[in-house]
Design a protein around this ligand. Structure first.
Ligand SMILES: NC(=O)c1ccc[n+]([C@@H]2O[C@H](COP(=O)([O-])OP(=O)(O)OC[C@H]3O[C@@H](n4cnc5c(N)ncnc54)[C@H](OP(=O)(O)O)[C@@H]3O)[C@@H](O)[C@H]2O)c1
Length: 427
């Protein structure tokens, strides 16, 4: 079991929280939460209110002044009026904060002006995106400048894709301790959770506008990679069930695996290139050159060959349906709308269990287990985003760039997650 110590809150440089009138906040907040009027953002505001150290100054931000003011009133925090379509408002938003957390998605639609402003102002940024083309755009436009200025830009700082990064980071530490070579890591998820409207809107946006070639490339978040065509093909996404020897059952490819595998690949390649401030290059020396990380989901209690194939076919069918205009219209008609999500009761009952089996050269293996309480796409994701925000506000990022949360925060983030008491991490 990981040591569960909450790092002591660092005294911030921010001024006293002040309620701002109109668009401009004259106060400099430690954290400004954009998207607080949405479903995930509303839960993030509640979480910040519950766990932020008293000396931390924070504000909610959004485009509807009345809704933002009501939230600020409820939580006794600051408020910032910020519409992402207004460049001046984005500049002021970025200047009003040391850290911007954003849940305003789809990120391909709303995210770019926010990050552009944060990089220009030197304001750390983290969000809940799982949109690979959006992340790639940020890397192409901002990695160099953010590295130079020491600004941490951390997309995918939620359920996508921090737990897979944690699994890989902890597995590398353990393999290194054993002096072993880590050939592959396979995570199997057991999930209980629901879907919110913002997530559905983001999936639909990717289906409509995402670059398919980019989505298919396992190195899409490592633009500097020199991997050859055959090497890229060899690292392709799982497409069929496998027998999981750890759980003794057949498991189906995980529907978020394509995102998580690419973020984990970025963390590894940044570390191999010594561009990952909090994941040292030496940690990657345990990895086989052709190391692969894969994700599956558990779909039945028994050995479940048929159930695993059925789940795989359903996943393929779902992607096929959403790739058509009529399928997307049906999903919008019958799925949750933006602003909607699972009930409070469903959020509480939600659960994630992750079993990550590390396969070592020579045939041995060990397992990294993570268990997260609450709905994965809301409770767990919000908890993770808030811990990333608190870590950034406490000055724990070890360098800048368009990084992954682990490559910026490393062990500090692992300790913070464990210290919540709702996210256990065991080897
Ligand atoms: N990684 C994960 O595990 C995870 C989990 C959950 C959600 N997500 C992602 O998080 C995002 C939000 O999800 P959600 O369910 O919370 O969506 P949502 O309820 O629709 O919230 C979207 C937020 O964006 C704001 N927004 C929209 N246009 C804006 C503009 N022009 N200026 C400023 N703010 C604007 C909305 O403001 P209004 O209230 O004024 O409309 C709202 O606050 C989605 O991209 C989703 O995929 C990721």
């Amino acid at each position: 079991m990981m040591r569960a110590t909450r790092p002591a809150p660092t005294r911030s440089r921010a001024t006293t929280p002040a309620r701002s009138e109109g668009r401009v906040s004259s106060a400099r907040f430690d954290i400004v939460l954009l998207g607080a009027t949405g479903f995930a953002g509303g839960h993030a505001a509640a979480r910040l209110h519950a766990v932020a150290p008293p000396e931390l100054s924070w504000a909610v931000a959004g485009r509807r002044p009345d809704a933002v003011a009501a939230l600020a009133e409820q939580y006794g925090c600051g408020s910032v009026h910020a519409d992402v379509t207004d460049p001046q408002a984005m500049e002021q938003l970025a200047r009003s904060a040391r850290v911007v957390l954003s849940t305003a998605g789809p990120f391909a639609k709303y995210g770019n002006p926010v990050v552009d402003a944060c990089v220009a102002a030197g304001t750390h940024y983290a969000d809940l995106t799982g949109e690979v083309p959006f992340m790639r755009g940020l890397i192409d436009r901002h990695h160099g400048a953010a590295q130079l200025s020491g600004t941490a830009i951390l997309p995918a700082a939620g359920f996508d894709s921090v737990p897979p990064e944690v699994a890989t980071f902890v597995a590398m530490q353990e393999a290194g301790r054993r002096g072993a070579t880590l050939e592959s890591l396979r995570t199997v998820y057991r999930l209980r959770g629901g879907l919110n409207g913002g997530t559905l809107a983001s999936v639909i946006d990717i289906m409509e506008n995402g670059d398919r070639r980019l989505l298919a490339d396992p190195y899409s978040l490592v633009p500097s990679s020199t991997a050859t065509g055959p090497e890229r093909r060899a690292l392709g996404d799982p497409t069929r069930p496998v027998f999981d020897s750890t759980g003794q059952r057949y498991v189906a490819p995980f529907f978020m695996g394509a995102i998580n595998r690419r973020v984990v690949r970025r963390m590894i390649e940044l570390a191999r290139a010594s561009e990952s401030p909090a994941v040292p290059q030496s940690l990657t020396s345990c990895l086989a050159q052709d190391f692969r990380y894969d994700e599956y989901q558990s779909v039945s209690k028994g050995r479940g060959w048929l159930a695993a194939w059925t789940a795989t076919a359903t996943l393929g069918l779902g992607a096929g349906v959403l790739s058509t205009g009529i399928g997307r219209r049906l999903a919008q008609r019958f799925g949750p709308a933006p602003g909607e999500g699972p009930s409070d009761e469903a959020l509480r009952r939600g659960l994630t269990e992750m079993t990550s089996t590390a396969f070592l050269k020579g045939g041995e293996s060990f397992v990294v287990r993570q268990s997260m309480q609450g709905d994965p796409g809301n409770a767990a994701t919000v908890r993770i985003l808030v811990e990333v925000g608190l870590a950034l506000a406490a000055g724990e990022a070890q360098g800048g760039g368009v990084l992954t949360p682990l490559s910026a925060l490393g062990q500090r983030l692992v300790d913070r997650l464990a210290s919540t008491g709702e996210h256990t991490i065991e080897v």
